[in-house]
Each structure stands twice: as C-alpha cells, then as structure tokens.
Design a protein around this ligand. Structure first.
Ligand code: THU
Length: 127
C-alpha cells in the first residue's frame, strides 16, 4: 500500500466523530518526504467540526512544513470521499496543484489533481 494512504488510514482511527460516525483520515507529504496526518474532529456544536484534511495541513504548516506535493484522504465508503469545498480552498493555498489520492478501506484508490477539484481558484495572485 502507498505509505501516504497507510498513514491516512492510521490517522482515521483517531477520528473524533461521535455525531456523524463518519471517520476520515488524511496525510500530507512535504517536499522533503515528511508526512503529517490529520483526522476529522467534531464538536457538539456541529459547526465547529474540522475536517481531516485541514487538521493535517494546519498541523504541518504550524510545524514549519511547506511545499506539499501529495495528500491522501481515506474514508470507509464505496464511493471515494473527496475533500469538501472549504478544504479544497485551504489545500490550494498551501499545496497548489498537488496530487490528491482518494482511498477506502478495501484498497480502492483514485488519484486526482487539485486543479481538477477546484477550477479557477481564488488565491493570493488575485489580490
Ligand atoms: N469530513 C472530512 O473530515 N473530510 C472530508 O473530506 C469530508 C467530510 C468529515 C467532516 C465531518 O466530521 C464528517 O466527515 C461528516 O461530514
């Protein structure tokens, strides 16, 4: 298995998802090959929930990592789970046109580019 997908699978086990029971794991790889993981963290207010992808990126950025090349997202679904709209925007900010590897627990995977998930993005080049 792709080690980035394996890291996202392991992170998924640590999801705090008592409300949706929908556990998600994510892992980002930086330019040096270092891997940072995240899981979704829900809250009783619901709206304060943070997705696995943003947890992974924010952890990585806060530790000084930059230049992400790939992100893996794992959920236990037949139809592979893509990042939500908010996460696509955050991923664009820090990862640019990175490879997005979607996977499930049965070993199904699909690799996309962020550009295809977020056409015509808003970013700092427009400010
Ligand atoms: N979720 C993620 O963590 N990442 C995604 O790509 C889709 C959705 C989480 C948010 C919430 O905790 C649960 O999955 C159901 O939406």
């Amino acid at each position: 298995m792709d080690p980035l997908v394996a890291a996202a699978c392991a992170a998924r086990e640590r999801a705090h998802a008592p409300f949706s029971r929908f556990k998600v794991g994510a892992a980002v790889e930086d330019a040096d090959g270092r891997v940072y993981t995240g899981c979704n963290i829900e809250n009783a207010t619901y709206g304060l929930t943070v997705c696995a992808e943003r947890v992974a990126v924010f952890k990585a950025v806060s530790e000084g990592a930059r230049g992400f090349r790939r992100i893996a997202v794992v959920a236990d679904t037949d139809r592979l789970t893509p990042p939500c709209g908010a996460c696509r925007q955050i991923l664009w900010e820090f990862c640019g046109d990175a490879e997005v590897v979607l996977a499930n627990l049965q070993g199904k995977t699909e690799t996309l580019r962020l550009r295809d998930l977020l056409p015509r993005p808003f970013d700092a080049s427009l400010l």
